[in-house]
Design a protein around this ligand. Structure first.
Ligand SMILES: Nc1ncnc2c1ncn2[C@@H]1O[C@H](COP(=O)(O)OP(=O)(O)O)[C@@H](O)[C@H]1O
Ligand SMILES: [Mg+2]
Length: 663
């Protein structure tokens, strides 16, 4: 220990437990503060730090408790009480969090490392912490790098003017308000992150302020960044309204589903239904796995086969009606009811070569269920049906194509009939909810976006990634850094479909970009628990597994999730467990707290205990992007997202019959 260190000793280790130790303060330190060279150091604040020399480095420990000895213990005799009072009797409870080791190249510079594998010996000195060490803990060095344009000529003396930043300030430390809490850009935006907290605790503002801060770097801005917002509460347009004015390098693309929106800067969102894959159709129609999904698959194949082809449709329909009729007639049920069923099928579906009145044409007796002269008339009936049956007919493999959504009901109806032609009598009952939904999606105004215009998937992918082909050329250039889908006008079911399909399309697009992993994209998923859920009853819906896939595989291609949620316990575990950084605001629900405890084993109880009482605009960050878990006051979001709490008293106390709005 050097001379300077000796002067900042405040106490000695007097007890060591497995995860914490006790420091007794030197006598003379009455108010838990000491005067150092530079300043008065108050060190007994909870969550503040002290350091303990160990060999040639220091162990950093966080203060978790301050106490005076045995204050509450009644003394049995007056002498004992007297003896106790002359000892200082002031203690700090601390737990080790990391080490400060000198750099190999420069012994004067210390580097902080999270985690401690050794423990100090009993009676080790304890020192208050200095600025220099806090600098190392908060990692305020090496925040920018020069982007050298001529490495060959510049060599060591580069003075190129462009810089790239390695860290992003997200707020100020709660304990050391002079310190900016910074995230390592590579480690935060190069992994998945979760922003958790009760509603109104500041999640959206945190996201907005981070983005605002990033685009404060000008002249050589983060133009290669891509943030895709699924803005379910229509909050962020306001938050980003100043961005492009302040930084002309940045462009934002707005999409809305609200056809009444002001369109100056905004495009009406389209997601052509022929871009949906089968799993996404299942999600859209909530088709159950065993019975409805095979029918839906056939219906979509039939759509691909028959859309716009009237003659083929007729042949196909007659083929399956005839098969149905034969299977009903030959099944051993009552001929009377068979006759009635066949008749209604023919009435509903037969056309062209197949008469709707085939039974009565052949003098079928509906009362007795027979043909007049068994043999010839029945044979004519069977032959007519057989004539329209196509040899070796099979529904082709699924190929999703453009078709008129209004026809979906018909295609499903035919697919059900097809199943019935194999004698599956219950299928129509099992599929009734599917039919109802199919009918409604063609009629619902909020699903109009499914009828997109004739965009090519390649163009669609580019637009959603913020890319555009330059005029009269083959090059594709970067256009937008923020792509914002305003989804506030649609119900959650629809939000779920849109986010799943878009995420899948974007993921596929990123995988195609060369060189691999050169175009990082962050998807911001607000209120994520509503569509990245952990509900086992919905396990049959494969489409929303896209988020789990991105959580697991996205890193390889540069696709990252930033999920924001007030119900972490309802969020998909797979997605949460793949997050490498967490920003946690106030959380009070015990279920959510214990969930956080489970997913983040490296977070101490002391830190978790703080979560229910964190004030608005404050948060705890932990994960790879910061040296150690830190509570901080989040940078002010200016402007704020449109998410203000309702000013109830202001809205209550008003004149009688005040005008609410003018129609
Ligand atoms: N970083 C911040 N800057 C400015 N205001 C904030 C900030 N964080 C929280 N607030 C205040 O708290 C309110 C709720 O924050 P919000 O981000 O909408 O919460 P959440 O998204 O968690 O529901 C905001 O309207 C704002 O008044
Ligand atoms: Mg919010």
């Amino acid at each position: 220990m050097n001379k300077e260190d000796k002067q900042r000793v405040i106490g000695k280790v007097v007890a060591i437990n497995s995860d914490r130790f006790t420091i007794e303060l030197l006598s003379g330190i009455d108010n838990f503060n000491v005067s150092g060279y530079d300043d008065i150091h108050y060190f007994a604040q909870l969550n503040s730090y002290v350091i303990l020399p160990y060999q040639n480095y220091y162990i950093v420990a966080e203060v978790s408790g301050v106490r005076e000895k045995d204050l509450n213990v009644p003394f049995s005799n007056p002498t004992e009480q007297f003896l106790n009072k002359i000892k200082t009797g002031k203690f700090l409870e601390v737990f080790p969090i990391g080490t400060l080791k000198p750099k190999d190249t420069d012994k004067d510079i210390y580097e902080f490392e999270f985690g401690v594998s050794v423990y100090p010996a009993l009676y080790t000195d304890t020192l208050y912490i200095k600025e220099k060490e806090l600098d190392a803990i908060f990692n305020v060095r090496d925040q920018e790098a020069i982007v050298c344009e001529n490495p060959a000529t510049c060599k060591d003396k580069c003075s190129c003017k462009n810089k790239r930043y390695k860290t992003l300030s997200i707020g100020k430390s709660t304990i050391f308000p002079d310190y900016s809490v910074k995230i390592d850009i590579d480690k935060f935006f190069g992994g998945h992150a979760a922003i958790l907290g009760n509603t109104g605790s500041g999640k959206s503002c945190t996201i907005a302020s981070m983005i605002q801060e990033l685009y404060k770097f000008k002249n050589y801005s983060a133009t290669g960044s891509t943030f895709i917002f699924f803005d379910v509460n229509s909050e962020y347009e306001q938050a980003f309204s100043e961005l492009t004015k302040n930084n002309s390098d940045i462009e934002i693309k707005y999409f809305t589903l609200d056809s009444k929106a002001n369109f100056t800067n905004t495009e009406l969102f389209k997601l052509p239904h022929w871009f949906l894959n089968f799993d996404e159709w299942v999600l859209l129609l909530q088709a159950s796995e065993k019975t409805q999904q095979p029918v839906l698959r056939n219906a979509l194949s039939i759509a691909a086969l028959l859309e716009g082809k009237q003659d083929e449709m007729l042949i196909f329909k007659n083929h399956i009606v005839a098969k149905c009729c034969i299977s009903i007639w030959t099944a051993s049920e009552s001929p009377v009811s068979a006759g009635h069923r066949i008749n209604s099928l023919l009435q509903d579906y037969a056309d062209g070569d197949l008469s709707k009145t085939l039974l009565s044409d052949n003098s079928f007796n509906f009362k007795y269920g027979n043909f007049p002269d068994v043999g010839s008339k029945e044979q004519v009936f069977i032959d007519t049906l057989n004539n329209v049956i196509q040899e070796d007919f099979e529904i082709p493999d699924l190929d999703v194509v453009k078709f008129d959504l209004k026809n979906l009901y018909t295609y499903l109806d035919i697919a059900i009939l097809y199943e019935e032609s194999f004698g599956n009598k219950q299928i129509r009952d099992y599929c009734s909810s599917l039919l109802t939904r199919a009918k409604s999606i063609a009629e619902r105004a909020d699903l109009d976006f499914l009828n997109g215009e004739d965009t090519k998937i390649g163009e669609y992918k580019k637009k959603n990634l913020g890319l555009a082909k330059i005029e009269n050329g083959n090059e594709v250039e970067k256009k937008n850094q923020i792509i914002l889908f305003d989804l506030h006008s649609v119900v959650y079911e629809v939000v779920e479909v849109i986010t799943c399909v878009l995420s899948r399309i974007i993921y596929e697009a990123i995988k195609e970009i060369e060189p691999r992993n050169s175009y990082p994209v962050t998807l911001i998923l607000e209120e994520a628990h509503r569509y990245i859920g952990d509900d086992p009853q919905r396990a049959f819906l494969k489409a929303n597994k896209i988020f789990e896939l991105i959580a697991k595989e996205g890193r390889k291609f540069g696709m990252f999730l930033l999920v924001s949620s007030q119900r972490p316990s309802e969020l998909s575990r797979t997605v949460l467990s793949q997050c490498s950084n967490f920003i946690v605001h106030r959380i009070q629900n015990p279920e959510d707290l214990s969930h956080i405890r489970q997913i983040t084993p490296h977070i101490s109880e002391t830190i978790l205990k703080r979560l229910p009482s964190i004030p608005t605009q404050h948060a705890l960050i932990f994960g790879h992007a910061v040296n150690l878990p830190t509570t901080f006051k989040v940078n002010e979001a200016i402007p704020k997202p449109k998410s203000d709490n309702n000013k109830v008293s202001e809205n209550w106390f008003k004149p009688k019959n005040f005008t609410v709005y003018t129609e």
